[in-house]
Design a protein around this ligand. Structure first.
Ligand SMILES: CC(C)(COP(=O)(O)OP(=O)(O)OC[C@H]1O[C@@H](n2cnc3c(N)ncnc32)[C@H](O)[C@@H]1OP(=O)(O)O)[C@@H](O)C(=O)NCCC(=O)NCCS
Length: 189
């Protein structure tokens, strides 16, 4: 079994992905306290203190092989992150990875960064690991996220009814998956 998560840098056209570092805690705190971001992420009732952001980052820095956080840089500046999780300890489930992405600076939305970063990540996973399925579960109402995920090769697989509670409201989510053979046939050139 090859490693599931990158330990080095992934170079894309407009972005670079790298494992989160302890010194990224300040960026994480800024992004996760921005109401424009949190409306689409954990909800407006979530706020993050200095200590919580340090703990959050430390949890990923020392996570081992169950989860990972990759910081997205554009032009050398951190602009967001991608979270990955995999049940690497269970042979029945380690073929699949769940992904989530947040461009933490809203002024950089709709500039192609999410598309660029996710495409590079899928290419890395499907050519450098034994993972055959990458999936994510955006809220149905997050039309931009669903659009971007379809654009980079995820397919809608069904509705996860009441899949996420944000600010006390239950939302349906869309199960979306990309399979290695399908993805490489369409995007692997
Ligand atoms: C979702 C997110 C990762 C997308 O990254 P991004 O860099 O903004 O996306 P891109 O610039 O690569 O692409 C945006 C696409 O969405 C389209 N779009 C923008 N607003 C839209 C909307 N309301 N409905 C549908 N499509 C929309 C754009 O036209 C563009 O598509 P196109 O290239 O086909 O024209 C980013 O906006 C983000 O982090 N948002 C906040 C947190 C979040 O929603 N995370 C996802 C949780 S599931």
């Amino acid at each position: 079994m090859r490693p599931v998560f990158p330990t080095g840098r992934i170079f894309a056209a407009a972005t670079l992905l790298r494992p989160v570092l302890t010194e990224d805690a300040g960026h994480i705190k800024t992004w996760l306290n921005n109401p424009d971001v949190m409306r689409f992420w954990g909800g407006l009732s979530e706020t993050v203190s200095d200590e919580q952001s340090r703990t959050w980052v430390a949890g990923y820095v020392s996570a081992g092989n169950q989860k990972a956080c990759l910081v997205i840089e554009a032009g050398g500046v951190p602009v967001g992150f991608i979270l990955l999780s995999c049940e690497t300890g269970d042979a029945n489930y380690r073929h699949k990875v769940e992904v989530d992405i947040c461009i933490g600076d809203p002024s950089r939305w709709n500039s192609g960064l999410g598309t660029d970063a996710l495409t590079a990540l899928l290419r890395w996973i499907f050519t450098s690991t034994d993972v055959v399925r990458v999936f994510l579960q955006p809220r149905s109402v997050n039309a931009r996220a669903v659009h971007v995920y379809e654009k980079v090769g995820f397919k809608k697989e069904g509705t996860v009814r009441k899949g996420e509670m944000i600010d006390g409201v239950l939302y349906d989510c869309v199960m979306m998956g990309a399979l290695r053979d399908e993805w490489l046939a369409e995007f692997g050139r």
